[in-house]
Every structure is written in C-alpha cells, then in structure tokens.
Design a protein around this ligand. Structure first.
Ligand SMILES: Cc1ncc(COP(=O)(O)O)c(C=O)c1O
Length: 372
C-alpha cells in the first residue's frame, strides 16, 4: 500500500478551495460596507436558503443551539413542561430544553441505527409532554412521517433538529420541511458549515417565526422598541454573506459526501467485525459523519492514528451518564442501545474533497487491523 500523508478527519481548506477567491472578495466587500449586523446580506441569505429548502421563510440566528432554544421558548414551553429528545445527540439539543426551564425526557435509540427509537418515544409521552425533538443524527434522516403522526396524535410540537443533516432527504423531500419547526447549525464542520458560529430556524407558523426573530434580537423589530425581553443571537452579516457561497455549493458537497460514503461501504464490506451505516428506506443521507460500529474501537482508533489517519467518536458518552445530567438519576445501564453505541462508534474521515485514494487507504488499514 502506498504510504500517504496524514488523512485528516475534515479539511475545510480543501472543501472551500473552489470558492476561496469568492469568499475573500465577499469578506472584503462586507468589511468595507461597514454593515455588520442585519441588513441586506442577511435578508438575501435568508431568502436564498428558504428557496433552497422549499419553505416560505427562514430566520438566520447565532447558532443551532439558539435556534432550538428560540423555537421552544417562543412556542411557550417552560417550567412544568416536558420535552422528549434522544439521549444520543450533541448536548445542544437537551440544553435548549433546560434553557427554557422545561424538563428533559431522554429516549433511547433505534435497534439498527442511531436515531431516536420512535416506538419508545411514544411510550414516554405523558400529560406534561409538550414537544418532541428528534434529531437527524450523523446526517441520517429519522422517519419523519412516523414522527409526525405521533406528534399529531398527541398534539405535540415537533422540532426537527437538522443541525447535522442539511440537505438530507426523506421520500425525496428535504428534511426540515416536515416538522412544526426545524433548526439548522452552520458550525464549520456541518454539511453547510460557515466561518464561525451560525444557525437558522424555520416554521410554517409565521407569527411564531416573527416571535423567534424578535426573541433572538432583544425582543424587538425596530431599534429601540422592545416589545419583550429576549436575548442576542443573530446571524452576522459577514457570516450570512459567506454562507451564500456555501449555499451555492451544498448540493454538490452533499453528493461528494455520498460518493465518499459509497466508496467506504464498498471497501469495508466483507470486514465482518464492523458494521457500516445502515441505509433506511426512503432516506437520502448526507453523511455529516461516516460512523461504523467497531469492536475494540479505541484500539482501532489508536491504530489508525499510528498510520496517520484521524478519526473521531460521536459520542464517547451517552448523555445520561454525563455529570451535566446526574440530576436525572439515569446513570449507566439506563439507555443500553445508546450506551453500546458510545462504546463502539468510530467516525472515519469524510468531507467534500477527500480523495478516493485516501478512503481506500483508510479501509485497507481497518482491514489489516482486524486481520492481525
Ligand atoms: C444535533 C445537534 N443539534 C444542535 C447543535 C447545535 O448547533 P450549534 O453548535 O450551532 O449551536 C449541534 C452542534 O453540534 C448538533 O450536532
């Protein structure tokens, strides 16, 4: 096998290479404009992203966490209410529930995948439940139709957390268009990463979206007329302007992600020890991360490192075992599937721009590890 340079987990400079000149030109234009908060760049980005997603309106916000927080808070969710979400996600998802003063109800993940188990979710619905936040984890859509049926049956507000899945589809339609609301993150390594923090929220309820927009801008629409207290979490003009270029690329970037995943699937098939990501019916994933289930995960990660290959673990801890959630008294053993996942998942390098040769080198290295 030909020795390679380091295989990075993500290489944003490679991903951005084809738009680097445009990005630099735009950055300079915004800097010279002197308009850094709100303004036409933000409006234009919101318009373009709404058109791309196929919704009437989106609101750019400071980050994906604020998008979730704003949606829950402005929907009136607060103390005494319960919100159900998956125990296998970034902490931002449950954090937004706590930020509103509501109680988190964690749910374990499905048997053959990493998304919330919708059957268990239904059994957790009680009189205090007001909302559910399933997450399209790793860029793999959850069954949005089934989740929507459950939400409708029980009169619950459903937020699709699309932070890791911008551009993924369910039954040929983009995720983020099925729930009562949907949230996005532009954290740099996300499928449409920006150049710092950023996020977006959308909902068909125009009054709710207006309220969220105001809430994340100190409760106002005009400069000094604050209708209520909110907070400050806006998408910067510079970020919005740069994201317009990313939006032009996202479909191509996502197809490159899918191509890379297909190469992994092909080359890793036949290694009996590991499990590659399952493809669920009706889904078009975007592989925000390419996650395998691997015995001796830590040893495999160390072996890859020795061979100059970066890898990641999403996530090393199931949220229920973290000190942050000790108050829930749901320690080890409570969510066996998520806990098993956390002990066995390994994310392999994947980003738009990774080369076939690099993927083949990673796969060959994995194969040799299990052949030892
Ligand atoms: C599933 C999920 N939800 C929400 C967020 C929060 O996004 P942000 O980092 O933009 O606040 C993240 C980011 O890690 C995420 O992965």
């Amino acid at each position: 096998m030909r020795p390679l340079k380091k295989v990075k987990f993500v290489d944003l400079s490679r991903q951005h290479a084809s738009i680097r000149a445009k990005l630099a030109e735009t950055a300079l234009r915004v800097i010279e404009s002197g308009n850094y908060i709100g303004g036409s760049e933000l409006k234009q980005f919101e318009k373009e992203m709404a058109a791309w997603l196929g919704v009437e309106e989106i609101c750019g916000v400071g980050c994906g966490t604020s998008a979730l927080y704003g949606a829950l808070k402005c929907r009136g969710i607060g103390p005494g209410d319960e919100v159900i979400t998956t125990v296998h996600t970034a902490i931002a998802t449950p954090e937004s529930i706590t930020l509103c003063g509501a109680d988190i109800v964690f749910c374990d993940i499905e048997k053959d995948g990493f998304n919330i188990d919708l059957d268990q979710l239904e059994s957790k619905i009680g009189p205090k439940t007001k909302a559910i936040i399933p997450v399209h984890l790793y860029g793999q859509p959850f069954d949005v139709e089934k989740a929507r049926r459950i939400a409708q049956k029980h009169g619950l507000f459903m937020i699709e957390d699309c932070a890791q899945a911008q551009g993924a589809e369910f039954a040929g339609k983009k995720v983020g268009t099925f729930g009562d609301a949907a949230t996005f993150s532009f954290f740099p390594s996300k499928t449409m990463g920006g150049f710092g923090d950023g996020g977006a929220v959308t909902t068909k309820d125009r009054d709710l979206l207006r309220k969220i927009r105001m809430f994340l801008n100190h409760g106002r629409e005009s400069k000094y007329l604050h209708e209520f207290e909110g907070t400050n979490s806006r998408l910067d003009a510079l970020q919005a302007a740069l994201l317009r270029h990313c939006l032009e690329q996202i479909d191509e970037w996502n197809s490159k992600r899918r191509e890379a995943a297909a190469i992994y699937n092909e080359h890793l098939s036949g290694i009996d020890a590991i499990k590659t990501p399952k493809k669920f019916p009706n889904t078009t994933p975007v592989y925000h991360v390419y996650v395998i289930l691997a015995p001796d995960r830590d040893a495999l990660g160390a072996h890859l490192k020795e061979k100059c290959i970066d890898s990641g673990v999403h996530y090393p801890y199931s949220l229920n075992v973290l000190p942050a959630y000790a108050r829930l008294n749901q320690g080890k053993g409570y969510f066996p599937r998520a806990e098993y996942a956390c002990e066995h998942v390994l994310s392999l390098p994947l980003y738009p721009g990774i080369e076939r040769e690099e993927i083949e080198y990673v796969c060959e290295t994995v194969r040799k590890f299990y052949a030892q």
